[in-house]
Design a protein around this ligand. Structure first.
Ligand code: SGN
Ligand code: CA
Length: 540
């Protein structure tokens, strides 16, 4: 028999198939998602901050798109991450508050990417109780992780201590992953940063980086919370809740009493005793993890500050404002390493010819208060915590360069969008919606979320923010608080961007309020949030 012709046909077919596969893979972009922790959009140059510098995040923004209205669905760590990898709201994926255990009997984004040819990885902070599932590679820090010499647990279940500063360690692990990965498959990699989580411990080289900057007090620092009961009840104020000792690292061996009748406070201990007390303090808690070089740098830097602080004998507003300055200096110094390390990752991509086919996203797990309303922390549906930085560089869409996008997107939309990059259909369980159409055309008119849905649960600890749900549209935010506080709130974001004036009882806004309530009800029903529906119906 003559096999020549069929063999030729088979070869042609094989050749064709090979090209289809190669072409498809070429079209599947690599994706790096850098997810920081508590990094406020107000803390980024590209978002308008002129007091600090974030050259690398800015560089990403210059070559990509920056979203001004990227919001989260539940502004705390674990729930935000769970929403990311499930594309679902907290009431569906079950992860409503921190320190639970994410139910791994559900499907996650990496599994769907794997089925479609991707290799997937998560490195760094994870904070979902259970260990990562569905990733081909992972190496994560238990719970919140540590700034110095952090422990990591990997998929072989080995817990290893990595010597060094956390942000640097994460970058090293990231580069190693990129180097060792299978070069024939596209990758999806999440880099989970610890920075800038409380309590802010800068890298040694960044101690004092912003000491010469006087940070202006936010206009709402002395907010009186009039007409806002839930805001009045929280425990997240810089002036009163942030601790001198742990958060600001100011040990006070000099005696904590403020001056009485204009008499200077008497030092509790003197001379050598002060040094010894300092020594002891910087050997405890987080400092116990440090090596001698690290703890010495901390002892010198914060020890000096503690001495200066003791001389000042501050009380009242002066003390609150001093705490605010120190909070800002530590926060921004911690962010400095974060930005530098993002630069390091971008450089690695450039040097290794990966930039062209890699989509890079930078976002935080939520926003953060930098003294607005007098606060640190997050949780509220109010702007600073609701909105998270979101910057995306997509070489595939060159028109996106240096674009500012105002469309509202939510973190439940992240997963559907990532799937859409490779034309992978969104699975039914995902509640978000791909915003690739917005990336292709930022001016698009008919891509609308018709308001984004929000539901926060964790109560009472650690910050006494009443559970609430609500809707955020381009112009308004309508909220229902239902535990601890029972109240509706409505803000006109165009007229009152700081959300100081709760206009829910203002008759002029009756029509708007009723429309928003209808829209909110529609979202609750569409997303099937039974708990909210019950409260909503009782609260009408
Ligand atoms: C810790 C912090 C809180 C913070 C939560 C959640 N306290 O409990 O201030 O709100 O984490 O943060 S601390 O004294 O331990 O720093 S989250 O980013 O994980 O949601
Ligand atoms: Ca967080």
């Amino acid at each position: 028999p003559n096999y020549t012709i069929p063999m030729k046909k088979i070869l042609i077919l094989l050749f064709f198939c090979f090209h289809v596969v190669v072409f498809a893979q070429h079209k599947q972009p690599n994706i790096i998602f850098i997810l920081s922790d508590d990094h406020a959009y107000q803390a980024i140059g590209a978002y308008g901050n002129k007091l600090i510098s974030t050259p690398n995040i800015d560089r990403l923004a210059k070559s990509g798109a920056l979203f001004n209205n990227a919001i989260v669905s539940n502004a705390i760590c674990g729930p935000s991450r769970a929403a990311f990898i499930t594309g679902q709201y907290s009431h569906k994926n079950g992860y409503k508050v921190n320190d639970g255990v994410l139910d791994t009997n559900q499907r996650f984004l990496p599994e769907i990417l794997s089925q479609n040819g991707y290799q997937t990885a998560w490195i760094g902070k994870w904070h979902l109780g259970s260990l990562p599932k569905g990733f081909d590679y992972w190496n994560v820090m238990p719970v919140q992780g540590h700034y110095f010499n952090p422990d990591f647990i990997n998929q072989k279940n080995d817990t290893l201590l990595y010597h060094g500063y956390v942000t640097e360690v994460i970058t090293e692990l990231t580069k190693k992953y990129l180097k060792d990965r299978n070069p024939d498959k596209p990758f999806f990699l999440v880099v989970g940063e610890k920075a800038t989580h409380r309590e802010w411990l800068p890298d040694l080289q960044d101690l004092g980086a912003y000491d010469s900057v006087k940070f202006p007090l936010p206009a709402t620092f002395y907010d009186d919370y009039k007409g806002r009961t839930a805001a009045a009840k929280q425990l997240m104020s810089v002036g009163d809740v942030l601790t001198l000792k742990t958060d600001l690292k100011i040990n006070q061996p000099f005696g904590e009493k403020p001056k009485v009748n204009n008499q200077p406070a008497k030092p509790a201990v003197k001379g050598k005793e002060i040094e010894e007390s300092m020594m002891r303090y910087y050997q405890q808690g987080e400092y116990a993890r440090m090596d001698s070089v690290q703890s010495k740098a901390y002892r010198n830097y914060y020890g000096q500050l503690a001495k200066e602080f003791a001389q000042l004998n501050l009380t009242g507003n002066a003390l609150k404002e001093w705490k605010f300055q120190r909070y800002m200096k530590d926060y921004y110094a911690t962010a400095k390493s974060l930005d530098r390390n993002i630069g390091e990752i971008l450089d690695y991509l450039d040097k290794n010819g990966l930039s062209e086919n890699t989509i890079v996203i930078y976002a935080s797990d939520q926003g953060f208060y930098l003294g607005e309303h007098g606060w640190f922390d997050k949780r509220f549906i109010y702007e600073e915590s609701l909105r998270t930085p979101f910057i995306i560089r997509m070489p595939q869409l060159p028109a996106l360069k240096d674009k500012k996008v105002n469309q509202i997107i939510s973190n439940v939309d992240w997963a559907p969008t990532i799937l859409d990059f490779s034309g992978i259909a969104k699975p039914d369980f995902m509640q978000g919606k791909s915003f690739l159409p917005v990336l292709k055309n930022p001016q698009i008119k008919n891509w609308s979320k018709d308001g984004a849905y929000y539901h926060y649960y964790e109560y009472p600890g650690p910050h006494y923010v009443s559970p609430h749900f609500g809707i955020r549209t381009d112009d308004y935010v309508l909220v229902r608080f239902y535990k601890g506080t029972e109240a509706w709130e409505l803000y006109d974001l165009k007229k009152d961007p700081s959300e100081l004036n709760n206009i829910v009882d203002d008759k002029h806004y009756n029509t708007i309020k009723n429309e928003l309530k209808k829209k909110l009800n529609k979202l609750i029903v569409a997303y099937d949030d039974q708990e909210a529906l019950k409260v909503f119906n009782q609260a009408l």
